[in-house]
Design a protein around this ligand. Structure first.
Ligand SMILES: CC(C)(COP(=O)(O)OP(=O)(O)OC[C@H]1O[C@@H](n2cnc3c(N)ncnc32)[C@H](O)[C@@H]1OP(=O)(O)O)[C@@H](O)C(=O)NCCC(=O)NCCS
Length: 168
């Protein structure tokens, strides 16, 4: 990466307020998350830090599919990089770290609903009809306060196949 002191690591409780502020700064692109939700799920965040300053974050959830654990998905959420740090591989580094940390969980696909399809397309995601990720629509979009109808919402649904590296 282009800066020696850029460090991508798991988040700690000390990062929670910085993550909250970063997500707030990107309210046009990201669904807001209360500080309590971020803290409760701090183990599902990775952060990018430069000289002690938080410059990016990404989070994941595992979304089950009813009746079949092998159809669970890795949902990518809350991906943001500060404007002055964009275009330097920070976003890609955050996603790579999420995939590295979750590689042994036996999850076969990653999904995202995003306003940045070109970024995710470059990382191996492809657009799919929203009807193919109904578990995400039910668990996420049902509580959305911005759009009444997830099928007319401009966010793009994308999927990436993951390598199966489940320990035998
Ligand atoms: C999307 C975002 C996280 C990308 O972060 P970034 O650090 O600039 O991305 P990277 O530098 O790692 O880019 C990786 C690749 O994606 C490309 N890319 C990044 N953002 C892109 C965009 N908006 N459109 C097209 N391509 C993009 C880069 O050119 C790069 O390609 P390369 O590897 O061929 O050079 C950042 O622009 C952002 O915070 N956007 C606002 C929040 C948002 O929309 N988040 C996604 C919602 S889930």
């Amino acid at each position: 990466m282009s800066h020696d002191s850029l460090h991508i690591r798991v988040a700690s409780a000390r990062d929670a307020l910085g993550i909250f502020n970063l997500i707030q700064e990107h309210h046009e692109d990201l669904i807001g998350r209360p500080l309590g939700d971020i803290t409760e799920n701090i183990d599902r965040f990775v952060v990018a830090v430069v000289d002690g300053e938080l410059v990016g974050c990404a989070a994941y959830n595992i979304l089950p599919e009813a009746g079949d654990p092998l159809k669970a998905s890795l949902e990518i959420r809350s991906v943001a990089v500060k404007k002055e740090w964009r275009g330097r591989g920070v976003g890609k580094g955050l996603l790579d770290e999420v995939f590295r940390r979750t590689a042994g969980y036996g999850i076969r696909n990653a999904i995202v609903l995003t306003f940045a399809p070109d970024f995710f397309g470059g990382l191996g995601f492809r657009e799919v009809p929203k009807t193919t990720i109904m578990h995400k629509i039910y668990m996420g979009c049902m509580n959305c306060t911005r759009q009444a109808n997830p099928f007319t919402c401009p966010e793009v649904a994308m999927v990436k196949q993951l390598a199966d590296v489940t320990p035998q």
